[in-house]
Design a protein around this ligand. Structure first.
Ligand code: HEC
Length: 120
């Protein structure tokens, strides 16, 4: 009897794992495609990591304190763009803003989008 209960529990756990895998997969694909309906995963803001990326990649155009230069002021960008819009702008670029998807990893772009969206 005990054996059957254990077997039942194990297969329930296995099914659950498959279910989790299947439901997680589409989200990841959509993020890397940068398609229309995607969402940037929830993260803690990592200001230190973001500022380091910013210093190396962004301030040359957006100014030392991101207060604007060749590119616009980003110090309150979180109140006008969503995290998804920020991610997309960084990843794909827009107008004079270069695309960073070949220069930053997906993880770094999430770090940037999360941090910028907290600047309000
Ligand atoms: C080569 C110069 C340049 C670099 C480097 C650059 N940007 Fe930009 N960025 C621009 C310009 C120019 C725009 C305005 C784009 C437009 O709408 O025409 C812009 C726009 C943006 C916007 C949208 C602002 C708005 O008001 O809609 C965001 C967000 C942004 N940049 C983030 C970044 C981040 C993050 C980095 C570093 C990873 C970065 N940029 C690096 C030039 C640059």
């Amino acid at each position: 009897m005990y054996k059957w209960i254990m077997a039942g529990l194990m297969s329930a756990a296995a099914l659950f794992a498959v279910f989790i895998l299947l439901t997680q997969m589409p989200e990841k694909e959509e993020v890397s495609e940068g398609g229309a309906a995607f969402s940037v995963p929830e993260r803690e803001v990592d200001a230190a990591a973001a500022q380091l990326i910013s210093k190396n990649m962004c301030i040359s155009c957006h100014g030392t304190d991101l207060k604007g230069g060749i590119g616009p002021d980003l110090t309150k960008i979180g109140s006008s763009l969503t995290k998804e819009q920020l991610y997309k702008t960084i990843s794909e670029g827009r107008g004079g803003m270069p695309a960073f998807k070949d220069r930053l990893t997906e993880d770094e772009m999430i770090t940037m989008a999360t941090w910028l969206s907290s600047l309000k």
